[in-house]
Design a protein around this ligand. Structure first.
Ligand code: FAD
Ligand code: SF4
Ligand code: SF4
Length: 314
């Protein structure tokens, strides 16, 4: 049975027996109870016949494992804001309006299209890509804070798409370009000069369907005050990144505080220290951070936990 693949963001299907993704650790396979014909209707069982090493076990049950630990590191990351309620952008209405995480899968050589940026509507190559920044971020109705990573990853995605197909042209519609980091401004300049990426400072009002797989992006140019209209055959929404769904429950169980936005609150003078001794937090669950800063925080949290467990000096 084919089921929409969660890792491929619904852009491909998987089977009821599957591994979440190839580089997962551990690289374990699982059976999706809700879609397995054997577990649902006691029919099929085809995988039993094909698995020579007898790894299929339909009787396996969930287990609760209790561990005694001396320190806990919370690193539960983020979830992506669902842009469906922001009807003006057409997500869920036009198949060629996708999220940035879906584009991430399309630009991946291990993704469902082998790195070709294709329109979901008909599989044709997307040659004009429009990125809409701050979708749900810096927005009092949704997430008032800056998600911190989308200005840079949109630029990265535009470069990747152009490297894959030199005919691709991308336009990035932004409120402010937040490129705070070593070499980040130079990266934007390179995108403009070498890959013809256009940046328009403008708030997008709506995305409407045009002719022949074209989408119109209507916006106000906030530099000139003029109203403009761009076209694209693929629109990418750079959505807010929000605290992960289960973080409230996890924080209650651990007894740690969350901040006003729902991220794990930490000590400003010891940023990976949560509000309970012996519990540390790192990565995006603490505050919006890119990968290098998340890795740095992970190392700091591991060092703090090591010190707490062994009494080693810093
Ligand atoms: C489209 C897109 C492109 C990006 N591109 C870049 C880029 O090019 N460069 C860059 O530096 N940053 C990029 N980022 C940002 C980057 O994804 C984050 O900085 C990074 O993932 C943060 O790492 P993390 O480990 O804190 O969180 P995550 O990567 O979110 O990892 C958290 C993990 O915890 C798991 N988890 C959640 N809850 C639980 C639980 N209760 N129990 C157990 N496990 C749980 C999750 O499944 C997940 O595997 C991008 C973000 C997006 C959305
Ligand atoms: S029994 Fe095996 S092959 Fe049949 S649906 Fe379930 S997982 Fe798939
Ligand atoms: S990083 Fe850029 S796109 Fe993302 S919320 Fe901040 S300003 Fe908006």
């Amino acid at each position: 049975m084919d089921v929409p693949d969660e890792f491929e963001m619904g852009l491909a299907n998987r089977k009821a027996i599957y591994s979440y993704f190839d580089q997962g650790v551990p690289a374990a396979f699982t059976i999706d109870r809700e879609h397995c014909i054997y577990l649902e209707k006691q029919k099929c069982g085809v995988c039993l016949r094909f698995c020579d090493i007898g790894a299929i076990d339909f009787e396996q049950q969930d287990e609760t494992v209790t561990l005694e630990v001396g320190a806990i590191i919370v690193a539960v990351g983020y979830d992506c804001f669902d842009p469906t309620p922001m009807g003006e952008y057409g997500f869920g209405r036009h198949p060629d309006v996708i999220t940035s995480l879906q584009l991430e899968r399309l630009t991946s050589s291990a993704g469902p299209t082998g790195g070709h940026v294709c329109r979901p509507s008909d599989g044709g190559h997307a040659r004009r890509i429009g990125f809409i920044q701050c979708v749900g971020s810096r927005d009092r109705r949704n997430s008032p804070y800056c998600s911190a990573v989308c200005c840079m990853y949109a630029t990265k995605a535009a470069i990747l798409a152009a490297e894959h197909d030199p005919e691709v042209r991308s336009t990035i519609y932004y409120m402010d370009l937040r490129a705070g980091g070593k070499g980040f401004q130079e990266y934007l300049r390179r995108a403009r000069e070498m890959y013809d990426v256009a940046y328009i400072r403008g708030r997008v009002a709506e995305v409407v369907a045009g002719k022949e797989h074209r989408l119109s992006i209507r916006y106000e140019d906030t530099d000139t005050g003029w109203l403009g209209e761009g076209t694209a055959d693929l629109v990418v929404l750079c959505t807010a990144l929000v605290p992960s769904a289960g973080i409230g429950d996890l924080a209650r169980r651990l007894g740690v505080d969350l901040d006003a936005y729902g991220f794990v609150a930490s000590d400003p003078l010891s940023p990976v220290q949560a509000s309970v001794p012996g519990i540390y937090a790192c990565g995006y669950c603490r505050e919006p951070l890119d990968i290098p800063d998340s890795v740095t925080g992970g190392s700091a949290a591991a060092a703090k936990a090591f010190k707490a467990l062994t009494g080693a000096r810093e």
